[in-house]
Ligand binder design. Structure first.
Ligand code: TXA
Ligand code: MG
Length: 344
């Protein structure tokens, strides 16, 4: 049942979308592209369907899922209230890489979607295939990233197949996703909105619309209990241990040489601008351009996966300014590195 059609032309993809929407109605799980990463979709109202997501991913059941809808009118049937801040964010950022936490209506979703919480995470993805698929299924679609739990999120159908072939009925192939990191998760149920997970919509963009907005402080250290349950798990990690290097070029180069003297093969996650500086490393993978962090976000997960096809024993990564989408990039890199940072 592998649906492989590498085309974002909605007319060309139409037969695959019809097939995939029928699977969703039949309570099967299907992977599909969004503008951020590939999602693993299932009928959010069915325990049987949602359970298949957790089975396929090997995901801990205390980690709730994002519900995807295709039009904001559907919200009224799903949530208790739409606070004013949420309404503003919806007007500016939906469809798009922003997930909003609401108080859920009882009796709508499978309890497995919300992991027993009284809130629900909802977004409208900005991708023609995702929107057509959700509309055709005519259901709210629960969809985490379509990777095995702990692995980097998938930004191509090939990544999905690597992780989930044999565990799900199929994937609608829409080529590479655009943003490359997941949606920003914002909690709008309290007195002030709070960023629970940095992502595709930047803190600066949110602040233009709703004023100052804090980031869940527990994300900084990777310690304490994050308000978004999923943020407590190690994630995105390549097979070899990853270290983030906040140091000048000389220090970075001597780190590489010292590990090589110990007999280790060293990989470096770098950028187009800096790749020439690390020629002594065994494997050098540039991840976008520093001068345009959107290109780094776009390439990040593919780069982390690419190190697994090499035989490196250790990976050193450049770090990035925590501004704009850099905040999401550094959050994902810190998680992938288990918060190991080498400073000057
Ligand atoms: O870009 C995305 O958001 C992708 C695409 C497929 O839409 N989806 C995605 O889903 O990243 P997932 O399951 O990998 O991440 C969902 C995040 C987790 O950190 C989870 O803990 C959090 O959202 N979350 C879900 N429901 C929540 C709730 N009610 N309260 C707080 N956090 C919640
Ligand atoms: Mg995920």
């Amino acid at each position: 049942h592998w649906i492989v059609e590498n085309n974002v032309d909605i007319n060309e993809s139409y037969p695959q979308i019809v097939d995939a929407s029928q699977y969703l109605k039949d309570n099967e799980v299907v992977a599909f592209p969004t503008e951020t990463v590939y999602g693993l979709g299932a009928n959010a109202t069915s325990d049987v369907a949602v359970d298949k997501i957790f089975q396929a991913k090997g995901r801990p059941s205390d980690n709730p899922l994002i519900v995807h809808i295709s039009a904001s009118e559907q919200l009224n049937h799903l949530v208790e209230e739409i606070p004013e801040t949420a309404q503003k964010l919806i007007e500016h950022f939906w469809p798009g890489p922003l997930t909003i936490i609401f108080k859920k209506k009882d009796g709508v979703f499978s309890n497995k979607v919300t992991a027993g919480l009284d809130t629900v995470a909802i977004r409208i993805p900005d991708h023609p295939i995702a929107l057509a698929l959700i509309a055709a299924a005519n259901l709210p679609i629960a969809a985490p990233s379509a990777n095995r739990s702990g692995r980097p999120s998938p930004t191509t159908a090939t990544h999905v197949i690597e992780d989930l072939q044999g565990r799900i009925v199929g994937v609608v192939d829409g080529g590479e996703t655009g943003v490359g990191v997941e949606s920003t998760v914002v909690d709008c149920t309290g007195d002030h909105p709070l960023i629970l997970r940095p992502g595709g919509v930047t803190r600066e963009q949110l602040e233009e619309i709703v004023g100052t907005i804090e980031v869940d402080p527990s994300l900084k250290e990777g310690k304490g209990a994050p308000k978004s349950p999923g943020m407590k798990y190690t994630h995105y990690a390549p097979n070899a241990p990853l270290y983030l290097v906040k140091a000048n070029r000389e220090k970075f180069q001597s780190l590489i040489k010292n590990k090589q003297k110990e007999g280790l093969k060293v990989g470096v996650l770098t950028t187009e601008e800096n790749k020439g500086a690390f020629s002594e490393a065994d494997v050098i993978i540039p991840c976008g351009k520093r001068e345009d962090l959107l290109t780094v976000a776009h390439a990040l997960y593919d780069t982390l996966r690419a190190f697994n096809s090499s035989d490196v024993d250790i990976i050193f990564s450049e770090t990035f300014p925590e501004e704009g989408v850099g905040l999401a990039i550094m959050n994902r890199l810190q998680k992938a590195a288990g918060y190991r940072v080498i400073e000057e």
